[in-house]
Design a protein around this ligand. Structure first.
Ligand SMILES: *[C@@H]1O[C@H](CO)[C@@H](O)[C@H](O)[C@H]1NC(C)=O
Ligand SMILES: *[C@@H]1O[C@H](CO)[C@@H](O)[C@H](O)[C@H]1NC(C)=O
Length: 468
């Protein structure tokens, strides 16, 4: 077993090297081609009067050429929908979802896949990254596109929304949750796909994608109760922003903090009340950091604020009292899952988390599950006893896919259950031989991303770049 994994790893490395040389051989002019960034692309701008459309209404549609890593056409039908969703203050905003339809698709169901783009810059929206010829600044979304390939290979239609909304607000979970739910509404009514009436849906997301998925699950009973949701899958869930902030302070991942502050203070999020507060405490050095956090994709943002401490008065004048400022405190609390009973998921939910997750605290996910279960939710909670944040996303793929299958079939357990997984190696055959090529690529990602982040510490940008 171990040696066959090693062999596959070698194959992956060789094909990966071949791929990188193709990529670098492409002339720069060809790499940017006709694809426009969301800020420049008129498709992203809704027509006047769109505000009166109901949440989830399709405002514009087009077909696109989708591509893995922006380079290799993947041969599935792909469409983009501009749809109406809702800002934190209840006002109308418009964002885009990308829908992939494989050949021989199952038409009575689809997957809503919230990718972790973890950035507050519009150029990092997945709808941009998925287009043939787009630069792959949004590296996490690019790697997760391989996971989408698995769902496509299994015959699922997959929708992947820009759930952070038109301003790319990273962090505000309620905004992301509504973005996911309205994307489901839009896809459901998109006639070109040929879906049956009221199709079944399972929502999936890991890490930043679990902010979106966890909040979609939480808000669905109130915001979109008409949807035929069969399940939710959320791993490495940042269920408590305060807990996450404390864990990533002064770490390899500190750069997520300025990105999230930039996101949470966007007008579509909590800008109206939070921006004046931030402006009154931010130092010139802190402003520089926020500017990077609000304008770069995850890798650059992480490198720019590597092992930094946001509680330092160098960045903001409140120092350690930063999160106790009343408005900041209020917003942090509003972004904690499992606090309000009327925000408990109704559909079966798979929550999984590594005890040694070095970015998102395991304990916070556990308390979220505990509250949900005390309110009669139906949660399967799996603890991964080895591996960290990135490895668990990959190692758990077979469990996630099996849960999705059972959720569609209605065969998940009807109550809360807990179990622990000890293994830390993905079994590439667990999902069948035909998926092996995709899983081999993912194993390659695992090698570079995992390793308890030893390599990340030394050279974060290099490690991410090597992943592609
Ligand atoms: C969120 O995390 C903070 C910091 O660890 C903690 O004080 C707070 O109680 C947590 N909230 C909930 C609802 O668990
Ligand atoms: C943040 O990191 C610094 C430097 O390691 C540490 O002194 C401080 O206590 C940390 N603050 C919090 C709230 O975790």
């Amino acid at each position: 077993m171990a040696s066959s994994v090693a062999r596959m790893v070698r194959v992956a490395l060789v094909s990966f090297l071949a791929f990188t040389s193709i990529a670098s051989a492409l002339p720069a002019s060809q790499a940017i081609r006709t694809v426009q960034t969301p800020d420049d692309d008129p498709f992203y701008k809704p027509a006047a009067g769109f505000e009166s459309a109901a949440p989830g209404t399709i405002l514009a549609q087009r077909s696109i050429n989708a591509a893995i890593f922006g380079l290799i056409p993947n041969g599935v039908e792909a469409h983009q929908l501009l749809y109406r969703t809702t800002a934190i203050d209840g006002s109308a905003i418009a964002t885009v979802t990308t829908v992939f339809k494989p050949k021989k698709a199952k038409l009575d169901r689809f997957i809503s896949f919230a990718t972790a783009y973890d950035s507050s810059a519009t150029k990092c929206q997945p709808s941009f990254a998925y287009q043939l010829g787009a630069p792959q600044d949004s590296l996490i979304a690019s790697v997760e596109f391989l996971i989408i390939q698995i769902y496509l290979a299994l015959g699922y239609v997959v929708a992947s929304p820009d759930y952070e909304g038109p301003e790319a607000a990273f962090g505000p979970g309620r905004l992301a949750g509504m973005g996911v739910l309205d994307n489901i509404r839009a896809v459901k009514s998109f006639k070109t796909l040929g879906l049956t009436d009221n199709p079944m849906v399972v929502g999936v997301g890991y890490s930043g994608g679990a902010i979106a998925t966890g909040w979609a699950a939480s808000l669905q009973p109130k915001y979109a109760s008409e949807l035929n949701i069969k399940g939710w899958v959320q791993g490495g869930t940042p269920s408590n922003l305060t807990g996450t902030l404390n864990l990533i302070n002064d770490s390899v991942f500190s750069g997520f903090v300025p990105a999230a502050i930039a996101g949470i203070t966007k007008p579509s999020a909590y800008g109206a009340e939070l921006k004046p507060v931030i402006e009154s405490i931010i130092t010139p050095e802190g402003q520089k950091v926020l500017d990077v956090g609000g304008s770069e994709c995850a890798v650059t943002a992480l490198a720019a604020f590597f092992e930094k401490n946001i509680f330092d008065t160098k960045y903001q004048t409140l120092g350690d009292r930063f999160i106790y400022e009343p408005t900041i405190q209020k917003v942090m609390k509003l972004n904690t899952m499992g606090v309000n009973q009327d925000e408990t998921p109704k559909a079966p939910t798979f929550v999984y988390h590594a005890t040694k997750d070095e970015i998102i605290p395991y304990g916070d996910a556990k308390s979220m599950v505990k509250s949900w279960c005390s309110w009669d939710a139906n949660v399967k909670f799996t603890t991964y006893a080895s591996g960290g944040h990135a490895t668990t996303e990959i190692v758990a793929i077979p469990d996630a896919i099996n849960f999705v299958k059972n959720a569609f079939a209605g065969t998940t357990k009807k109550r809360c259950t807990q179990n622990t997984e000890l293994g830390s190696i993905l079994n590439p055959l667990a999902l069948g031989v035909e998926l092996e090529p995709i899983l081999v690529k993912l194993i390659d990602g695992l090698i570079h991303l995992g390793d308890q982040d030893a390599n990340l510490k030394k050279d974060p940008v290099g490690v991410w770049k090597k992943t592609l």
